[in-house]
Design a protein around this ligand. Structure first.
Ligand code: GLN
Length: 285
């Protein structure tokens, strides 16, 4: 029978040989935790590993060694201190995106009874993290992918969220009319360029293209969303986007052009401008 330490070493070896993971030891520990159902893995002691568990662990590690995302294999991932269900068909929550949540939390932490709209919701990680931090009266999540909507609904249930799901395209005018006037609209749209799509990191190739590709220059959704959704903001309401590296000037310009005030960008923990936010004064005639 294999010991925990032997199995651990074997898995680290499998992972490091292929070179997709930069974090082999931790990844193996997470898979152990998941399969064995233990919160902390102790290699030198702890119960025996059954044949079945061993096979499960090795098969997960082998799949991971081919570059398949660990997050999909585990079926959930952490974002803003919360666990979110994920799997094929939904974008994996990224740490970069916590910047968008931080910016919105800072701006609205003293506001009451917010109506929040989250466009291109995916797993719902942004909306649900905001719900936990802010006083929200209504939360509307718009998502068009059926698969992503499955995870979104699951996450809403797991976290006991009040969020309402609107299945449809953010570019659909009919759908937009059903959404209430918002205090704040948040959105992490697809923003990779055509060029980016040709050089995706292996893991990212398993994620849905519809959640990644933002047209030739990556800016299609910003152009459409700013134009179509500004009228869905209450006077003084905020629009906050996540952006890709180097997109801040274009996105800020776009928002200013459409009448937004106080438009600014914020950096993520790596020092990259990751978020653009501004306020819409309303339809001043
Ligand atoms: N941040 C993601 C990536 O770099 C892209 C997600 C998006 O387009 N919103 O893979």
């Amino acid at each position: 029978m294999v010991t925990r330490k032997e199995l651990y070493d074997k898995c680290v070896r499998i992972l490091s040989e292929k070179g997709f993971s930069e974090n082999c030891g931790n990844e193996v520990s997470w898979v152990f935790q998941d399969v064995l159902g233990e919160k902390n893995i102790c290699l030198s002691s702890g119960g025996v590993i059954s044949r079945e568990q061993e096979e499960k662990i090795v098969s997960v590690i082998e799949r991971r060694s081919e570059g398949y995302p660990l997050q999909y294999l585990l079926g959930e991932w952490e974002f803003y201190g919360m666990r979110f269900k994920v799997g094929e068909g939904v974008l994996i929550p990224r740490q970069d995106t916590e910047t968008l949540v931080d910016v919105v939390v800072n701006k609205y932490k003293n506001s009451d009874s917010l109506t929040l709209v989250d466009l291109c919701s995916g797993s719902g990680c942004i909306a649900l993290a905001l719900e936990k931090q802010l006083d929200c009266e209504r939360i509307c999540c718009v998502e068009k992918s059926e698969k992503a909507v499955g995870y979104l609904r699951e996450n809403i249930a797991v976290h006991g969220s009040i969020a309402e799901v609107f299945v449809g395209d953010v570019l659909d005018d009919g759908l937009r009319e059903k959404i209430p006037q918002a205090d704040v609209i948040v959105c992490n749209p697809p923003y990779l360029t055509r060029e980016d799509m040709e050089h995706l990191q292996r893991e990212v190739t398993f994620e849905p293209e519809t959640a990644l590709y933002g047209g030739d220059d990556g800016l299609d959704f910003y152009r459409e969303i700013v134009r179509r959704w500004k009228g869905r903001l209450k006077a003084g309401g905020g629009l906050a986007f996540e952006i890709g590296m180097g997109q801040e000037d274009e996105v800020m310009r776009l928002m200013i052009q459409h009448g937004f005030l106080n438009v600014r960008c914020r950096k993520d923990l790596c020092g990259i401008n990751r978020c653009v936010i501004g306020e819409y004064p309303g339809n001043t005639m």
